[in-house]
Write a protein that binds this ligand. Structure first.
Ligand code: PLP
Length: 392
């Protein structure tokens, strides 16, 4: 059996999305910046997708800007606001210590350029509170950037309340909603955020296309210099196929959201219950409430996450041990350390993440294979022997 259980890393492109994109690989080849009919056709396709994205997250189409990925959207939002408003507001930014590298590394770069960043600690389930944000505010705070949902453990932050704090202090707020859009309801009006990043490949659109929501009147500096695309704010000839795919995928994801969330949450709970029943001494790192429907992060004490992944792979199961971008290095995940796991337990963690295409049979297959893998690795692990001897 083959089970793709790494949907937080990326998703399979939906066949209907592929169909919608096909014209862009054929006759729909005009440049949307040209004024003849071939160009206008392409422009219309881009504008239709803009409307689809705007409808999905409840904003005006003119507040949506297409980008190349979630990373670009995050960088543009954070750097763009920081540099644009630093002179007026100051050089202080508030974030959390569990953000994605797309946010972290951008903030690190800004620190080198003289910005000061407050990294709010999360609690043992991966949450920050509006009170923490309020206490961290300073007269020179120019931006708050806090993710909507965490990619490793699935905690969903109280963005609405945090945005209310930001608003009452006149500070702009950006949220990285890359793991949220297409998976839970995302409504920028309700959330009250000023900027929001999303990425197509997390909800069955192709890789290499994302979007940034920028509330009307908010003016981040451009990241790149070039032509007048995206109303002079994001230069570069549009990725027509990707943009069409993003529009089609977000429309489909939001139309089926309620029923998909129920199905995926059922799979998540079945996996968590099964793991807790069959694998002794493991810890579920996914929070018990306010969490993504499809994420299960588990630490199996006294064995290495990487060895579990290899054996899972040999049994046809794709999972990951942290965020995909970071799984090449051997440092334990900063998110797992931030929720208080000791290094050795953080090292023994695996993330399974599901989408609506996953089935109960797949979960049961994981539950058949995973405990055997854990047991086999523990039998070979000196750490496991030591731990058992300590107890005897
Ligand atoms: N932010 C979060 C929370 C993510 O999970 C990811 C991707 O893993 C990104 C940003 C980056 O998105 P992209 O891969 O589209 O650059």
């Amino acid at each position: 059996m083959f089970v793709y259980a790494d949907n937080a890393a990326t998703t399979k492109i939906d066949p209907e999305v592929v169909q919608a994109m096909m014209p862009a690989f054929g006759e729909l080849y005009g440049n949307p910046s040209t004024i003849y009919s071939k160009g206008r056709e392409a422009k219309e396709a881009v504008e239709k997708a803009r409307e689809q994205v705007a409808k999905a997250i409840n904003c005006r189409p003119s507040e949506i800007y297409f980008t190349s990925c979630g990373t670009e959207s995050d960088n543009w939002a954070i750097r763009g606001i920081a540099t644009r408003y630093a002179a007026k507001k100051g050089k202080h930014i508030i974030t959390t210590n569990i953000e994605h590298h797309a946010v972290f590394e951008c903030l690190k770069a800004l620190e080198k350029e003289g910005f000061e960043v407050t990294y709010l600690p999360v609690d043992e389930e991966g949450f920050v509170t509006p009170e923490q944000v309020k206490a961290a505010l300073r007269p020179d705070t120019v931006l708050i950037t806090i993710m909507t949902a965490n990619n490793e453990i699935g905690s969903i932050q109280p963005i609405e309340e945090i945005a209310a704090v930001a608003k009452s202090h006149g500070v702009l707020i950006h949220t990285d909603a890359v793991q949220a859009v297409g998976h839970i309801p995302v409504d920028v009006q309700k959330m009250g955020v000023d900027l929001l990043s999303l990425s197509g490949h997390k909800f069955h659109a192709p890789k290499g296309v994302g979007a940034l929501y920028v509330r009307r009147g908010v003016l981040p500096d451009n990241l790149m210099n070039g032509g007048g695309q995206e109303r002079n704010r994001r230069p570069g000839t549009e990725n027509i196929a990707g943009i069409i795919g993003l529009g089609a995928a977000i429309e489909k994801a939001t139309a089926n959201l309620e029923q998909d969330m129920k199905h995926v949450a059922f799979l998540r709970d079945r996996l968590i219950d099964g793991i807790l029943k069959t694998i002794p001494k493991c810890k579920i790192n996914t929070p018990s409430h306010d969490r993504l429907p499809g994420t299960v992060n588990v630490s199996v004490k006294h064995i290495e996450g990487e060895s579990m992944l290899l054996l899972l792979d040999m049994n046809g199961i794709c999972a990951t041990s942290g965020s995909a971008c970071a799984s090449g290095d051997l440092d334990p995940s900063h998110v797992l350390l931030a929720i208080g796991l000791p290094h050795e337990i953080a090292h023994g963690s695996v993330r399974f993440s599901f989408c609506a295409d996953n089935t109960v049979e797949e979960i049961d297959y994981i539950l058949d294979v995973f405990p055997k893998i854990a047991q086999r690795l523990r039998e070979m692990s000196p750490l496991w022997d030591e731990a058992n001897q300590d107890e005897n």
